[in-house]
Design a protein around this ligand. Structure first.
Ligand code: SAM
Length: 332
């Protein structure tokens, strides 16, 4: 079987090559490079299966189920367009599509992610419920593609309610960079479904310490090392170290960071360029901001987005927020 796949210019090889070079130059890896290959996508899905509360915790799954039922009741129009921004394997988008279908909605689904294997997985899953005409795939970089709104609008039919899922995305982006971008895609009547990994408990730092083992484990290490090995590092070149960073980039937020500390020199060749790493250098490979319900509301509020409802599950580790643009900000 052959299927055409839509690839946005933001994921064309020259652009992606420049971004990879930038990651090596700045010694800060862009997270999208951890999902590119089939093997990386597979490794990430495995560790997600093992460590994600939404996959393992019955209460968390039930939280998603309940929230999706609620969202299905908020969508009053007969037709609904669900957009999975950073859809991953599309599992949660699919749960929402199922609830909407139970209510007899006519559905269109757009699976958008930087990873080709994950977009294809989300697409295949959606096709078990919808027919091909109603499933759109888009391999795109959500940060740099500046015409996504135009593309999604062409996919929305008639007076559909638009539901934008931004699930599990916020931890791996600088909030000041990503949230204005996200907000620019939310129109007056759209529903935004936003999830964040939270720091459980009343003590923010202690909460992040509690979840550290969800990151510092063999599966996550293997997943993160895949990219480095692929780039030409040897596992013995250094050590992957996880740490907790407070007030990262003056956000007031706490995050878990993984760094590869070099124990010996290594030169990485990328196309025509050479990147020299010296013993003692450190490459930031990954970070994950942990939020609290208050920090989520505050950051979304700054962008003119109101939280209508929130569900916190899995002993305070997972937050799901149903949002709309603030009434005064509804320009479009
Ligand atoms: C932690 S996963 C979340 C996946 C899914 N939404 C879920 O909740 O299971 C992050 C996803 O964001 C995608 N991603 C990372 N950076 C991206 C970017 N700049 N543009 C588009 N997708 C990106 C990755 O490919 C990955 O599928």
């Amino acid at each position: 079987m052959i299927i055409p796949v839509n690839v946005h210019s933001s994921q064309f090889p020259e652009q992606v090559g420049r971004e990879l070079a930038e990651s090596l130059r700045t010694r800060e890896i862009n997270h999208k490079f951890h999902y590119e290959s089939r093997r990386q996508a597979q490794q990430w899905l495995e560790l997600h299966r093992r460590y994600s509360p939404s996959r393992n915790d019955l209460e968390s799954r039930a939280g998603y189920e309940q929230a999706f039922i609620k969202i299905a009741t908020l969508a009053t129009s007969p037709a609904v367009h669900v957009i999975g921004l950073g859809c991953g394997a599309g599992l949660k988008d699919f749960m929402l599509l199922q609830q909407l279908r139970k209510r007899g909605k006519m559905l269109v689904y757009s699976a958008c992610d930087a990873s080709l294997p994950l977009v294809l997985t989300a697409r295949q899953r959606a096709l078990t419920l919808l027919d091909e005409r109603h499933v759109h795939d888009l391999v795109a970089d959500f940060v740099t593609a500046d015409d996504l709104q135009r593309i999604f609008i062409t996919q929305t039919t008639g007076n559909s309610t638009r539901i934008i899922n931004f699930l599990g995305m916020i931890p791996n982006f600088e909030p000041a960079q990503i949230l204005p971008r996200l907000a620019s895609l939310i129109r007056a009547q759209d529903i935004l479904v936003f999830s964040a990994n939270l720091a459980p408990g009343d003590d923010y730092r202690a909460g992040v310490e509690k979840v550290l083992p969800q990151y510092d484990n063999a599966e996550t290490r293997a997943w993160l090392m895949s990219l480095l090995i692929d780039l030409g590092f040897d596992a013995k070149d250094g050590r992957l170290r996880f740490e907790i960073e407070e007030n990262a980039n003056e956000t007031g937020l706490i995050r878990v960071v993984a760094r590869f500390d070099l124990k010996r020199d290594r030169v990485i060749h990328l196309d025509e360029e050479k990147f020299t790493f010296r013993e003692g250098d450190s490459l930031r490979v990954f970070y994950s901001y942990r939020h609290t319900p208050d920090t989520v509301r505050a950051w979304l509020g700054k962008e003119g987005i109101d939280v209508l409802e929130q569900t916190v599950s899995c002993e305070g580790q997972e937050g799901l927020f149903i949002c709309r643009r603030k009434a005064a900000e509804t320009a479009s």
